[in-house]
Design a protein around this ligand. Structure first.
Ligand code: ZN
Length: 369
């Protein structure tokens, strides 16, 4: 390759890295960059070793990996600068100056912000749209997978005294018909401590009523209202939506904190399903189902509000999590009270059936109270 000598009307300054002397040099683009000063034997810089450094506007400042660390060239001439840029293909690499660090920090922040945005907006959006599209057979299998975990969580004590089961099945059947729910409902009462007063729905038509809630209930309408609320979650496929939502969020949160195994994500998701932390909107919609169902059965939704109020107390004790994440029980009781109507139908269970339901856990191994 022939040396090319570009016009040198704007001086190019070279610092050799040993002294602070500014040297006006000429550059020649040969097999390597030739830096020459008044006929002195030229300094050669391999093009691949040349890197750009931070510089003021209108100036190309470069140094060379194989030269002394402080050696540098300041190029003012635009045509020389562009010739440099075309020959030194690795000019922009390995820049560790403050601007590059700033860029890395900037991009990391951007990544975190975008993950947060995805968690806040994209996942709920996707969950809302995906949940109704999940085939029922798949949803059922997901529910079965969770069922194993749920039963393990509560010690697998299924309440099934025959008379209690019969009363429970009768109550559920009436609620299901009034809720106009397609698909099967598979509901189980689990023996728990009195403190575990909860009920929740899982994907695939599974509803769990915990013995603690049954213990606190004073009449069939209270339990009916709670079950109707859970049927509302099933009807709106809230648990599938919650699963996509929480699964997606915890996957991304895991990604942020370096846990990509997803194992903690799954545990987190199971907990979320149990505490049933749906959105306030989902809760209100499920409450609407309770109101509709109870009215359709000629009964009042108010007893459900009273039961929840009894469980959580004023303002709600968050540790009794039936309703952590649910609307304030006072607000709910108020809403249910507004919808209160004198019963126009006989009780959903006879006194005998109600007593049997209250005792459904009697045969199951009791946990310490
Ligand atoms: Zn709920």
């Amino acid at each position: 390759m022939d040396p090319v000598s570009p016009p040198q009307d704007v001086s190019t300054i070279y610092f050799d890295g040993l002294s602070s002397r500014r040297r006006v040099v000429k550059l020649a683009f040969a097999g390597a960059l030739e830096i020459s000063e008044d006929g002195v034997a030229p300094v050669l810089w391999a093009y691949d070793d040349i890197r750009q450094a931070d510089s003021p506007e209108g100036l190309l400042r470069v140094n060379c990996l194989s030269a002394l660390p402080l050696a540098r060239l300041d190029i003012r001439d635009a045509s020389i600068a562009s010739e440099m840029k075309s020959r030194c293909t690795r000019l922009g690499e390995n820049r560790s100056d403050s601007r590059a660090v700033g860029k890395i920090v900037g991009w990391s922040m951007a990544a975190i912000v975008s993950i947060v945005l995805v968690v806040l907006f994209a996942i709920p959006y996707a969950a809302d749209r995906l949940a109704p599209l999940v085939p029922e057979a798949f949803e059922r299998r997901v529910g079965e997978a969770f069922e194993v975990q749920i039963k393990a969580l509560f010690g697998s004590r299924v309440c099934n005294s025959p008379a209690g089961q019969a009363a429970y099945a009768k109550l559920l059947h009436r609620l299901r018909e009034a809720a106009d729910l397609d698909g099967d409902v598979d509901s189980t009462v689990l023996a728990t401590t009195d403190k575990q007063a909860n009920a929740f729905a899982l994907p695939g038509g599974k509803v769990y009523l915990l013995g603690g809630l049954l213990t606190k209930a004073e009449n069939p309408d209270e339990i009916a209202g709670v079950l109707a609320h859970e049927l509302g979650h099933l009807k709106h496929r809230d648990s599938m939506r919650g699963l996509i939502y929480n699964g997606g969020s915890s996957f991304l949160i895991g990604l942020l904190f370096g846990d990509i195994t997803g194992s903690s994500a799954l545990i987190f998701t199971s907990r979320q399903l149990v505490t049933a932390s749906y959105s306030r909107e989902a809760e209100q919609n499920a409450d609407t189902v309770t109101i509709d169902v109870m009215h359709r059965l000629g009964r009042s939704p108010k007893p459900m509000g009273e039961l929840l109020y009894r469980v959580t107390g004023k303002e709600g004790d968050k540790s009794l999590s039936i309703l952590a994440g649910h609307p304030l029980t006072e607000d709910r009781l108020q809403r249910m009270s507004k919808e209160d109507r004198p019963p126009s139908s006989p009780p959903l269970l006879s006194a005998t059936e109600w007593t049997a339901l209250k005792r459904i856990c009697d045969g199951a191994a009791q946990t310490k109270k």
